[in-house]
Design a protein around this ligand. Sequence first.
Ligand code: HEC
Ligand code: HEC
Length: 314
Amino acid sequence: MSDFVSDFWAWYVGVIVIASVLGCLWLMKSQDVPTDEGKELDHRWDETLVELDNPLPKWWKGLFYATAVFAAGYFALYPGIGSYAGLLGWSSVGQHTQELKQADERYGPVLAKYLAMPVEAVATNPEAREMGKHMWLTYCTQCHGPDAGGNTGFPNLRDADWIWGGTPDKIKETITLGRQAMMPAYGGQEAAVGGPQGAVEMAHYVMSLSGMKHDAALAAKAAPKFVQVCAACHGVEGKGNALLGSANLTDRYWLYAKGADSTSVQESIVETLIKGRAGKMPAQLDNLGEAKVHLLAGYVYGLRNEGQTEGRAQ
Ligand code: HEC
Ligand code: HEC
């Protein structure tokens, strides 16, 4: 409640809350009119059912007033009236921090135990994998998917194909420091790939590198340009460079294609050439700390043992 951008909203909420409680009390009080207990009113249903002029039952009114007293007590102790913090100083952020602290105390020793083990050993330890899976689902699933199978722009981590390197150390480095890929945009540089037509030719050349269906004549036109412009990052053979995160163009795995058919692949290569790409894996060290990163590195490294390695190289 203390995060309002302007005082107006604090007052707005505060006035409505207080007015609602007072309004309820007024409504109840307004029903306290003198009655003629036991007197029959005019209404009569089903011959015998009559309405008497009795006051509202005391227990019922008592309950109603009790809710108002409860509200007054609640709003004194907890935040609820505008930006007033409440006597207990409770806040959802504070509670969250407190719960995190308790979790750290509880899991700290277990995490420390795994941190002392090599990533390879963490990768095959069933309890560590169970914990890693939970963390994966909390921190990584939104980009890489619950089964780490990836998505357009987000790599599959279940296969044997790695953009930034698949050794335990490299995987841990990726998660710790994050990665920033930088594929230049050639859209405005006629000379580099030769405009939109040049981009299509280059796409055919790139598809030839992995033996996909392509037009050999178009590909041949782009071949010299590939050596001049692209080889610096992707290598003369197009196998990529794990230090730059430049894609391996020979493996038929396309990070940015929406499908595996040649039309989707060609479209995505042309788009890559015109607009460039800048895939970013966010650094996790500050957020998670080394022990959790280590556990996750083990979890990711161990995905290869789960028997689904065919996902990427189609
Ligand atoms: C400065 C280094 C650099 C140069 C030069 C470069 N690339 Fe790239 N390229 C990259 C990087 C890094 C990526 C990965 C981008 C990402 O992951 O977001 C990439 C990605 C790609 C992809 C996407 C692959 C996929 O899996 O979807 C294609 C296709 C590609 N480059 C083709 C080329 C071609 C053709 C040229 C020459 C015209 C070229 N690149 C020049 C660094 C470079
Ligand atoms: C905001 C989205 C996002 C989140 C969250 C995210 N990643 Fe990534 N991750 C990426 C992207 C994008 C890449 C590929 C970068 C590139 O283009 O090269 C990547 C790459 C990777 C790689 C390298 C893959 C390779 O082939 O070399 C690993 C390992 C990885 N992520 C693990 C994780 C783990 C573990 C988590 C959870 C702590 C995580 N990621 C959370 C977006 C994300």
